[in-house]
Write a protein of this length. Structure first.
Length: 645
């Protein structure tokens, strides 16, 4: 076994060197020259192909001489009968492609002189190791070695997970096409850290009842994620995250599904064959469900209990310690009161699945999570700065509140029309930002009512919200360590505040020991005839959310008995406690009266709170700067984490 190999590229006339691969030094110069002449003669008489067809990496070395594994052990004997994959480790494959490409598909300059390994190393000091551009199609990707490696890595995952098998094309059977999707992966600061190529199936070609049946797969709600983090802060639990690499490729398929060979990797001698899927492929309609069933079965078989309400929450108790696992498709967060349980869990998962990321939780579902000894801080700072730049507000001055207290937003029939696509883009971006910013929930909800035909006044109001978040782009929620974990809800409503149809706006929020985990601001479905009715409807909506959270907390071992619901309208409180029928209540729809039943059963205790202490007020109406900042602080929002934290 030699320390290096030398290969003459017959197209570029370059000598390439590497290490840890056998080579034969006995070939004479005359033989090489004769081969080169023969190749040049063939090139003049043949047309270059438009698509590079390369055998997949998972074929045997005898069938696929195009791959040379540079990580092969030096002391290992020749293994020509064994598949190439047997020598692969669960790390990123390091492969060299040796292939006669047509001149128009050769990467680099053909006229460049002979280049050895040493000179390549010197040039690499000034070359970006990761492609910064996303190719538009396969042809562009095949011109970039970084994207070729990314595509090869994806196909390697297919072989490791035994996703498919090559079979003759079946007759009278639907064969689904495939497509390459290219994406640059960035970290929480926006730096590109990885080139990701994904082979997906064209799921829109599937036929229901033949190619798929059930497709639903549960995913965690954002409120559930915040409850998880609030519980972790309360118990001083360090939260970790992991990302299952190519998760859908682990899902077992029940249906018989066939797909075409991927573009750029069609086997020349078997171009008419197709792949029969053993496991799910990205793009298939049943892929999320297949992955969820596989993962949940694996966790249950290892002693975990699935949540009664949230089917994406799994927990296991060991010697008075609890390990919690929350899954969102292929993203997993977990934590335990005993750090050793986290280590054991990560080891178990690594034995079953390949992980592409594992460590302390810092970035999840677009939320930046900072864990410090004093608690947990959640914000969307990077997303906020990108949003400000995207819509051209970086040069504008900031404002103190998202909406003027004295000037609301209403229909503007005589106003100037604006681009509806731009306006909807702003609203959609701001709605995503409300995942950690309850202070803009009401203002965004008001602006969202005019998306069908926005006017210039509506666009100005929407951009004012962006100017507000520009003043505190790192603002977010603070969950302090320790304290109590009491569940409390605040309910409020305005009266006929919508200028379109005079409907009222309900607002409520729920806190766990002062940690805000859920909030709501939405126009009511019916017109209320008085403030008591509007407040009563809002209280019923808050009651429903509190009951859901009560059941959710049981999976954490927290038993919430009689939950407090705080309302600032005495008439609404009286309606919940006294089943009377009079002019104020006889017309209210039956579905709003279920709160009476839960108050009677003492599941909910509705109590009065002074208006100045009503935290949900920020979700129902525009406020003055002083009042707005007071409620914002009481909700647990901070402009940023202190530098010394």
């Amino acid at each position: 076994m030699s320390k290096a190999y030398r290969v003459l590229n017959k197209r570029t006339l370059q000598v390439e060197e590497s290490i840890h691969v056998k080579f034969d030094d006995n070939t004479s110069a005359e033989e090489i020259s004769e081969t080169l002449k023969k190749t040049n003669l063939e090139d003049k008489t043949s047309e270059p192909s438009e698509v590079v067809t390369v055998n997949p990496v998972f074929s045997t070395p005898a069938a696929n001489p195009l791959l040379i594994d540079k990580d092969e052990d030096e002391d290992e004997e020749s293994e020509d009968e064994q598949p190439e994959l047997s020598r692969q480790q669960l790390s990123e494959p390091d492969l060299t492609w040796l292939r006669d490409h047509p001149p128009n598909q050769v990467i680099g300059q053909i006229s460049k002189g002979v280049q050895t390994r040493s000179s390549s190393r010197r040039e690499a000091m000034f070359t970006c190791c990761i492609s910064q551009m996303e190719p538009m199609n396969v042809d562009e990707a095949l011109e970039d070695s970084d994207w070729i490696n990314a595509m090869q890595e994806e196909l390697t995952q297919f072989e490791r997970n035994q996703v498919w098998e090559l079979v003759p094309r079946p007759k009278h059977q639907n064969v689904i096409g495939t497509k390459w999707v290219f994406k640059n992966k960035a970290d929480e600061e926006g730096n590109i850290v990885r080139n990701k190529a994904r082979l997906v199936a064209k799921g829109y070609c599937q036929e229901e009842g033949i190619d798929f049946d059930e497709t639903f797969a549960p995913v965690a709600r954002l409120e559930a994620i915040r409850i998880f983090l609030a519980y972790a802060a309360y118990n001083d639990i360090k939260v970790y995250q992991m990302d299952v690499k190519s998760a859908f490729l682990n899902g077992e398929l029940e249906e018989e599904v066939y797909v075409e060979q991927p573009l750029g990797f069609v086997i020349p001698t078997q171009s008419s064959c197709v792949y029969k899927l053993r496991k799910a492929l990205y793009g298939l309609k049943q892929a999320p469900r297949a992955w969820y069933d596989t993962l949940s079965l694996f966790l249950v078989n290892h002693g975990f209990t699935k949540g009664k309400v949230d089917r994406t929450l799994f927990q296991i108790s060991v010697a008075n310690h609890i390990l919690l696992v929350q899954i969102y498709v292929d993203d997993i967060i977990f934590g335990s009161t005993n750090p050793e349980l986290c280590k054991k869990f990560s080891q178990v998962m690594q034995k079953k699945f390949e992980m592409s990321m594992m460590g302390e939780l810092s970035y999840f579902l677009g939320l930046q999570v900072k864990q410090v000894p004093e608690g947990i801080f959640i914000n969307q700072g990077k997303y906020t700065r990108d949003l400000i730049k995207k819509f051209g507000i970086d040069g504008k001055s900031s404002v103190k509140t998202p909406m003027n207290a004295s000037q609301g937003i209403g229909p503007d029939d005589e106003g100037k029309d604006v681009d509806a696509t731009t306006y909807r883009g702003i609203i959609g971006s701001l709605l995503y930002l409300t995942a950690s910013r309850p202070d803009i929930a009401f203002a965004v909800g008001i602006c969202a009512r005019y998306q069908s035909k926005p006017k210039e006044s509506h666009l100005v109001a929407a951009k004012k919200i962006i100017r507000y978040i520009k003043g505190n782009p790192n603002a977010g929620l603070w969950y302090p360590k320790g304290g109590n974990f009491e569940l409390i809800g605040y309910s409020d409503s305005d009266f006929a505040g919508c200028r379109l149809d005079r409907k009222s706006t309900s607002g409520h929020c729920q806190l766990l020991g002062g940690r805000l985990v859920s909030w709501f601001s939405k126009k009511q479905n019916s017109i209320s005839t008085n403030t008591a009715e509007a407040e009563y409807i809002a209280a019923g909506s808050c009651c429903a959310q509190l009951l859901w959270m009560k059941q959710q907390l049981k999976d954490y071992g927290v038993q919430a008995k009689e939950i407090k619901l705080l309302c600032d309208n005495t008439s609404a409180i009286a309606i919940t406690q006294n089943p009377v029928l009079h002019s104020r209540t006889k017309h209210i729809e039956i579905r709003h009266h279920f709160i009476r039943d839960h108050v009677e059963k003492k599941h909910i205790s509705i109590e009065h709170v002074p208006t100045e202490d009503q935290l949900a007020d920020i979700l129902t109406k525009p406020l003055s700067e002083a009042r707005f900042n007071k409620l914002r602080e009481e909700l647990g929002m901070m402009d940023d984490l202190p530098r010394d934290a």
